[in-house]
Design a protein around this ligand. Sequence first.
Ligand SMILES: [Zn+2]
Length: 660
Amino acid sequence: MRLFTSAPLITSSFVLALGLAACSADTTKPSETTEVQAPVVKIVKDDKFTYANYDKVRMTHLSLNLDVNFDEKILDGTATIDFKTIDPSAHTLKLDTKDLTIRSVQGLASSDGSAGKWVAMDYTLSDKDEVLGTMLSIPFSKGMNKVRIDYRTSPTAEGLQWLSPEQTAGKKKPYLFSQAQALNARTMTPVQDTPAVRITYDATLRVPDGLLPLMSAEQGGKDADGEYHFKMPQPIPSYLIAIAVGDIKFKAINDHIGVYAEQYILDASAEEFAETPLMEASNAKLYGPYRWGRYDLIVLPPSFPFGGMENPRLSFMTPTLIAGDKSLTNVVAHELAHSWSGNLVTNSSWRDAWLNEGFTSYVENRVMEDLYGEERALMEQYLSLEDLKRDIAGAARPELTHLKLPADLAHPDDAFTQVAYVKGQFFLMFLEERFGRTEFDAFLKGYFDHFAFQSITTEDFIKYLHDELHVKNPDALTSDELKAWVYGPGIPATAKNPQSDAFTNVDAARTAWIDGGVVGDTSAWSTHEWLHFLNNFSETLSKEQLEKLDADFNFNGHQNAEIAFAWYMQAIKGNYSKVDKELENFLMSVGRGKFIYRLYGALAGLNEDARTWATDVYAKARPGYHPIAQRRIDLVFLIADAKAKAKAEAKGEVEVEVEK
Ligand SMILES: [Zn+2]
């Protein structure tokens, strides 16, 4: 089979104006099977967050055989890696690891007459880099295409959170869940940990009695020996490898969609997510069939630091979505949409994260519009745009507000701002407006098909846009407009300004409340309207106003986490300490970064009393947070303390220590 074809030299001024090199592209479209596709995009090594030499030697399959050891908080066993040599002169397989203990490496040649005998291999480990971890280099001889690594993880692996029974709702059994994106797969297994490399995987897991293990794969169930088996036949990037183990139950929603959760929240979760089949149908209608077999959701313990994580076949979800009224299910639409954008067509480096998140936010919003009408889609656009404006205002430098992120990006986590999500979404909304919805829908459907199971760059997308859409509609947009979106800062002038009638009414109600303390009938307000109401007081509210607001609407301790969060942010701003008890409960029981990073940030930045109070709460809450959240919040306090110190020094209140 021919893997790559060279594209003819592109001479269009549109593409040249963007300074793009011609990339290689195959004109034949892949079929809709889920078999491994021949790449239509040539893999160029452009991911600096990996040690892997994937342009020379590339892994193709990972086979895990692991004990899940809750006593020691480790995964312990072997990783067997199939690889192929791209560059015949290369004789070393380079893998990413972080905090792994490597006990031995063996190799297997398929075609040198050794008849499948494993042989001990030499290997070297580099010094540890704080971000990248440790490179595992394995020199191999000609014909060798498999290595088996005997290893175990560290109890403090950044990608794994081990919960004690007390940290679960059931309180009786421990729980483990993983979060591999962006650089944490390497804390779980040796791997070429870059989204540019796609692998299939299988796994055999042994877990303590009474616990159910799940992976982002076909759940193969338990065999006679008590081992659980998993298989992911579609090639995925390593950041989508995922594992959860706990006292987990299952409830079906239909014949291929269901929910896993701890018993206490199982029925509520199935009810909250009951419309997932409608979302799948809507997605498939717009962008082609779902290609991954089953689609299940797992509702994790509250310390899960994200809204959701799009692990294939098994989205990981926060319990803060269980609001009781299906008002926060756009996150389900988001994770499901990743089955097309991100999981099927993947950014080949984190500098292109908008290809995952911007496309997904766009698809999510289209599905919400399709199912719940234009008004809900508009409200969600409006709320997202406000988040984007806040992130852009707070960006450390303008390059971090480009869709194509700069080459000197310090850490992939910095790629996951609202720029990737919302600016990316609004860019696609802009393209939709210029080319027309019908044309653009057909284009996107073709895009997902053309690049299915491939990892691509921003430039691959732009070339495809040019070839498939722009040449047929040359007047739809200029290269300057395109450049402003992709390679320029902030929000371009051509961005849509979403107008919601519902929000206009909320604005009037807010003004009426401020003026006379009355808002009229709010009984039919959606979560979105309440968020808009709370987020847009132009002045800091006085303690009297906050007291009346809470008395009127009972925001304190609200069961809807989004509304509770918006309320606490107002209360903190107004230094309203009557929320302390409920706010402490919230911080102790919710680990979702979206909420807690900003709450701690607001408290730490308010004044010394609030910072001290927040420091005390954090000290109690920290052990229950995910390692990812711990790192982020440690930083929040470090920055706030430094700022406070600098401010005090400027006022002359603190003597500046002089180095001797
Ligand atoms: Zn996403």
